[in-house]
Structure formats: structure tokens, C-alpha cells
Write a protein that binds this ligand. Structure first.
Ligand SMILES: Cc1cc2nc3c(=O)[nH]c(=O)nc-3n(C[C@H](O)[C@H](O)[C@H](O)COP(=O)(O)OP(=O)(O)OC[C@H]3O[C@@H](n4cnc5c(N)ncnc54)[C@H](O)[C@@H]3O)c2cc1C
Length: 298
């Protein structure tokens, strides 16, 4: 770890020792990590990944921490946040972007260029890297429908490689990257379609208005907790079990949208985990349906 710190200081790579992870997570949950690193460029990200490999230190790669629950105790290792690595290049109807670019800026860039395909992403508080890993989606759109290629660093071989088209194995809230925890997504190419700028903007405004009216955006959360079971909506099943407003510790099933768990103040990862298990059990007993968690416990 000392060697790694020396490198970060030498190369001027932003980092923090004993970093309170809760400060960086949309859920506002988490203990400290021995080290958190915030690379600002491709070179810095690769330097950090190679150094971590050489030192065999435990690490996690995180985008904007909007779909994760960090552990309550100390994380003895390095958390690498990609959200400072933000590069976007537009060429015709293609956008090439780095992993740390926010979905918000991607959607805005596309709209400014009168390109359609990313309207759904406006309002999802994650990065491109996190969106590809999860195949993020909303309102009938998904990152899989625009992502034509993605580049990654393989921590096993130490090499950079890429996936194109079907080799991403995109599915509902999943991609090939879920099978390869040692792959770090560096960036991707997105293929969009020309459209009327005002029409694109109106769709984006409509989606964000729907989010504001239906989602508990005034409280910290990690978005929808469960994947949508086939033929059902997780929120409706949870609501029908009478669990709206039910809480364990500081974690509560949102009164506004039962598919969300919110942090009412002081929630811990243990509270969220216990509430998730309680909900799964109740839904299974009542409807015989097994809910699958969408959020990731780190
Ligand atoms: C209010 C709210 C609303 C939301 N609405 C939606 C929605 O409509 N649709 C939806 O799909 N999601 C939604 N989410 C969840 C979340 O924003 C998305 O899943 C988002 O794509 C996660 O991106 P992130 O950068 O925050 O990923 P993180 O939370 O940082 O990470 C998620 C996972 O991806 C991995 N990861 C991140 N970056 C990389 C990388 N570069 N290389 C390899 N692995 C990486 C992490 O290790 C982790 O396993 C919502 C969340 C909130 C809080």
C-alpha cells in the first residue's frame, strides 16, 4: 500500500486515505476504505490499475456509486472511482466516451448534437462504465441498444481488450462484465440516430418529470433494489405485501415507490441487507416469486 501511495503522490493522482465511502455513495452508507483513488485520465486510471496489480492489493472499481452498498466496516483495500475520468468525442452520429462520463452529460451531449438513443439515461445518476456493466435502462431504452463497442483492462493478463456487438452478452440488467470482475471498463462507443433536437429534449424532460413524480429522490437510495420479475413489477409485489413504509434501522421501504429502499438517516449496510432479505422472504411466501437483487453489496 505504501508503494502505491508513493506512486500516487509522484504522479499527482488524486487520492484520499481513510476515505469515508458514505460521502461518495448515493445511499450515503459505508465505512472507510484504506485508500480511495480518483484518476482523472486514461493514463492515470491505467497507472493505478497496473500498480494495484503489482502490489496484489484488494481493490474495487466504482463509477459513481449509485448502485452499490458499501460495507459498514473498514474496507481494507483500494476503491478506484472512475467518475473523474471524463472524456467525450463526437463523430457523426457516434459518441466515444470514457467510463467515468456521467449518463447525464452523455444524454445532454447527444441532445445538443440532435442525436436520439440516450434519452432514457437522462436522470440515471451513474457513469457509462456502471451503466454498461449493469445494462442500465429505463422507459424502454437500455445502454445495450446503443453500445457498439467497449474497451476494458484485464487485470489477469494486464492487457487492454474490447468487446463488440453481441459479444457483450447484454441481458436484462446484466452484461458479460458481470462474469468478469477483473475487467475494468475503460470506455465505449455508442451509435445514436439523428433526430429532431427539440423532440429529443422533450422526451428527456418527460422522463425526468416522471422520475420526479414517482421516485423518492429526496432521500438517499441506490434506485430500484430488485430486478423486475417476468410479468410483474417488484414495487407492486412489495406494496401488495403491505411493506410500504416498513423499516429496519434507518433503512425503509419507500412510501412513494415500494421498489426503492431509502436511507431515512443513519441506515447501515446491515440494515439494508436485513430489509432486502425480509422483503424477499415476504414476497416469496405471499406470491411464490423470488426477487433478485439489482443493487450490489461491495
Ligand atoms: C435515484 C436513482 C435512480 C436510478 N434509476 C435507474 C434506472 O432508471 N435504471 C437503471 O438501470 N439504474 C438506475 N439506478 C441505478 C444506477 O444509477 C445505475 O445502475 C447506474 O448505471 C450505475 O452506475 P454507477 O457508475 O453509479 O455504478 P456503481 O454503482 O459505481 O457500480 C455498479 C457496479 O458496476 C461496477 N463498475 C462501475 N464502473 C465500472 C467500470 N468502469 N468497470 C468495471 N466495473 C464497473 C461496480 O464495481 C459495481 O459492481 C438508479 C439509481 C438511483 C440512486
Amino acid at each position: 500500500m505504501e508503494r502505491l501511495r508513493r506512486l500516487l503522490l509522484q504522479e499527482n493522482i488524486p487520492h484520499e486515505i481513510d476515505c469515508p465511502l458514505s460521502r461518495h455513495a448515493s445511499f450515503r452508507i459505508g465505512g472507510t476504505s484504506d485508500l480511495a483513488v480518483f484518476p482523472q485520465s486514461r493514463e492515470q486510471l491505467l497507472r493505478v490499475l497496473c500498480a494495484v496489480l503489482e502490489t496484489s492489493v484488494r481493490y474495487a472499481v466504482i463509477g459513481n456509486a449509485s448502485n452499490v452498498v458499501f460495507p459498514d466496516g473498514a474496507f481494507h483495500g483500494v476503491v478506484i472511482f472512475t467518475c473523474g475520468y471524463k472524456e467525450i468525442t463526437l463523430s457523426g452520429s457516434r459518441i466515444q466516451a470514457s467510463a467515468g462520463v456521467s449518463l447525464l452529460s452523455l444524454a445532454r451531449t447527444a441532445c445538443d448534437a440532435a442525436l436520439s438513443g440516450l434519452e432514457f439515461a437522462y436522470g440515471i445518476p451513474g457513469t457509462l462504465g456502471g451503466a454498461i456493466l449493469m445494462n442500465a435502462g429505463a422507459y424502454g431504452g437500455e445502454i445495450s441498444s446503443v453500445c457498439v463497442e467497449s474497451e476494458f483492462f484485464d487485470a489477469e493478463s494486464g492487457k487492454i481488450s474490447s468487446f463488440a456487438g453481441d459479444s457483450h452478452e447484454f441481458g436484462y440488467r446484466t452484461s458479460i462484465y458481470e462474469k468478469h470482475p477483473r475487467y475494468t471498463i475503460l470506455g465505449a462507443t455508442l451509435q445514436l440516430s439523428p433526430d429532431d433536437r427539440d423532440a429529443v429534449r422533450l422526451r428527456m424532460e418527460d422522463y425526468i418529470a416522471r422520475r420526479r413524480s414517482k421516485q423518492p429522490l429526496d432521500f438517499p437510495s441506490a434506485g430500484s433494489v430488485f430486478k423486475r420479475p417476468e410479468g410483474h413489477f417488484a414495487g407492486k409485489l412489495i406494496e401488495d405485501c403491505g411493506l410500504k413504509g416498513f423499516s429496519i434501522g434507518g433503512a425503509q421501504v419507500s412510501e412513494k415507490h415500494a421498489g426503492f429502499i431509502i436511507n431515512r438517516g443513519g441506515a447501515t449496510a446491515a440494515d439494508v441487507r436485513a430489509l432486502v432479505e425480509f422483503i424477499r422472504e415476504r414476497v416469496f411466501i405471499t406470491f411464490g416469486i423470488e426477487l433478485v437483487c439489482e443493487i450490489k453489496f461491495i
